[in-house]
Design a protein around this ligand. Structure first.
Ligand code: NAD
Length: 273
């Protein structure tokens, strides 16, 4: 028996770093997975990859979904009713815009776009998951929302819209965890540390000073890998975590234990040799 045997799961941002690795682990552990992403070409590549590495995967399908549009999210969740209804949703899609900056330089349109995908998208995913769990008479459900370590400690490399959006994810997840606990629906946030995925690596680019300000804090001396996040999501999705609810589940290699916000601010003024 797989750890998610027979469960129906939805993963948003499934074509990206964390989403794809999570899809692979979920499929390997017996879940039926609906892969959702805004990019259809990326979804096609992602499902081909999952089928290649998990040839005996149960049910796998893709759906194009822009999580900032409620109609898309509703259609995505309702499409799993014919599978028996969603048991697990991983609201993982998110952006970190190249023009995201500090309080002075962040444009309002970048702020609004970031909140729209990173916060409203998570709210819509939670809302339609709750409606589906109730509609399908489920007594157990697991909702995992991707936040970030920056929501807990801030970032020396400014990305204010992103940091604020992830703080909102933590706050709304905690509240939903309390509100729905007696229905058996668990809500947890995943707080990844800095990862080796395009989202962060493209943003850091070849700006050595910006890279140094990030890397100087790593207790483990390296970026995390997407699969290391996926392993945590698998635990939160499975019944093994049945008494884990409302947590900011931090998977950051110890980064947030090593530095305080004050350290980060100090380090912002340190430049590489
Ligand atoms: P990624 O860029 O590799 O994947 C993100 C995926 O989301 C992409 O496939 C993209 O097409 C999709 N997406 C973007 N906008 C969308 C929308 N409106 N609707 C649906 N899908 C959309 O990024 P990743 O590193 O796998 O990040 C996944 C999550 O983890 C994000 O929420 C991100 O903020 C968070 N996170 C990442 C890091 C990191 O260092 N990579 C650290 C902390 C948190």
């Amino acid at each position: 028996m797989g750890r998610l045997q027979g469960k129906n799961a939805i993963i948003t941002g499934a074509a990206g770093g964390i989403g794809l690795e999570t899809t692979i682990l979920f499929a390997r552990e017996g879940a039926n997975v609906l892969l959702a992403d805004i990019s259809e070409p990326a979804l096609a590549k992602a499902i081909a990859k999952v089928k290649e590495v998990v040839p005996n995967a149960p049910r796998l399908e893709t759906i194009k979904c822009d999580v900032s549009k409620e109609a898309d999210v509703q259609a995505m969740v309702e499409s799993q009713d014919s599978w028996g209804g969603v048991d697990v949703i991983f609201n993982n899609a998110g952006i970190m815009h190249a023009d995201d900056a500090d309080a002075v330089d962040t444009q309002e349109k970048i702020w609004d776009l970031t909140q729209s995908i990173n916060v409203k998208g998570v709210w819509f995913g939670c809302k339609h998951a709750v409606l589906s769990l109730r509609r399908n008479k489920k007594t157990v459900g697991s909702i995992i929302n991707t936040a970030s370590f920056v929501a807990l400690m801030g970032a020396a490399t400014p990305q204010l819209a992103y940091t604020a959006s992830k703080g909102a994810v933590l706050a709304l997840t905690r509240e939903l965890a309390v509100v729905h606990a007696r229905e058996g629906f668990r809500f947890n946030s995943l707080c990844p540390g800095p990862l080796n995925t395009p989202l962060l690596q493209d943003w850091l680019g070849d700006d050595q000073a910006k890279r140094f300000r990030r890397e100087v804090h790593f207790p483990s001396g390296r970026f995390g890998e997407a699969v290391e996040q996926a392993q945590a999501v698998l635990f939160l999705a499975s019944d093994e975590s049945s008494f884990v609810n409302g947590t900011d589940f931090v998977v950051d290699g110890g980064l947030s234990k090593k530095c305080t916000s004050a350290d980060i601010n100090m380090q912002a003024y340190v430049t590489p040799e």
